[in-house]
Design a protein around this ligand. Structure first.
Ligand code: ZN
Length: 245
């Protein structure tokens, strides 16, 4: 499983990083985990063709995690003449929220007669969701993003497990999602500031022993984390970084 961090920033572009968007290649499938508002730009910077993506898997419906979807759809329909099918998978209300965002940003585009096969699927919390060789278990995160749940995602394919925390403070759901993962990509928005609905590194460290991921990479870092990065004994994400598990 190959993972490229196209965007690993927080909601506000701290450090000039793009919003969350991870490119995953596994078992002949290419998909994005999250597609934040800046993701089409991030793909262009990394030389990734949006038309090469089969699926977009969303952790939750905040703009820095799904706000790039309307841009990608309009680009696919009007500019790049996409003909490859696209599956968008997310929590309940994903299709409704994507269509509403299209209507706001590009009025009328929500009614496009899509020139490619566009499908939506909505996963249920703690129920196995599958597409071919890819299995996803979504766990409730300590975060709030409207009507649909905000989730931590445990993705299994080709015998490897990748967990992405999504956004959120410590929770039982996150512990289940990350337990023993080959790679745990974890939000560390703050260093030690206690903020409801977001994770601090200090809190994460308190719980690392109980989840024991094989590899940990910190993401979604705000300014106070970025200022400390060089002194930290933790692996951190960078836009463009590629890892294989
Ligand atoms: Zn976020």
């Amino acid at each position: 499983m190959k993972i490229q961090f196209l965007g690993c920033g927080d909601a506000f572009g701290s450090g000039g990083r793009f919003n969350t968007c991870f490119l995953v290649d596994v078992a002949d499938t290419r998909f994005l985990i999250d597609c934040g508002a800046t993701s089409l730009v991030a793909m262009s910077c990394a030389g990734v063709d949006p038309n090469s993506i089969d699926m977009i898997l969303l952790s939750h419906l905040h703009g820095d995690h799904f706000g790039g979807v309307p841009f990608l759809l309009v680009h696919a329909h009007s500019a790049s003449k996409r003909d490859r099918p696209l599956l968008i998978v997310g929590p309940k209300t994903t299709e409704q929220r994507v269509m509403e965002s299209l209507a706001v940003l590009y009025p009328g585009s929500q009614n496009n007669p899509w020139r490619f096969d566009l499908r939506f699927e909505e996963y249920e919390v703690e129920q196995d969701w599958r597409s071919g060789p890819i299995s996803v278990m979504a766990y409730q995160a300590a975060h709030s993003a409207g009507e649909g749940p905000a989730c931590a995602l445990r993705v299994t394919a080709a015998g490897k497990t990748l967990t992405y925390s999504g956004d959120g403070g410590w929770s039982e759901g996150l512990a289940k999602a990350a337990f023993g993962a080959d790679l745990f990509i974890a939000e560390a928005n703050f260093y030690d500031k206690p903020v409801k609905f977001h994770m601090s590194l200090v809190t994460l460290i308190e719980h690392l022993g109980e989840i024991a991921p094989k590899r940990l990479i910190l993401t979604h870092m705000g300014d106070d984390m970025l200022e400390r990065v060089k002194d930290l004994d933790f692996e951190t994400a960078e836009d463009g970084k590629i890892v294989e598990i």
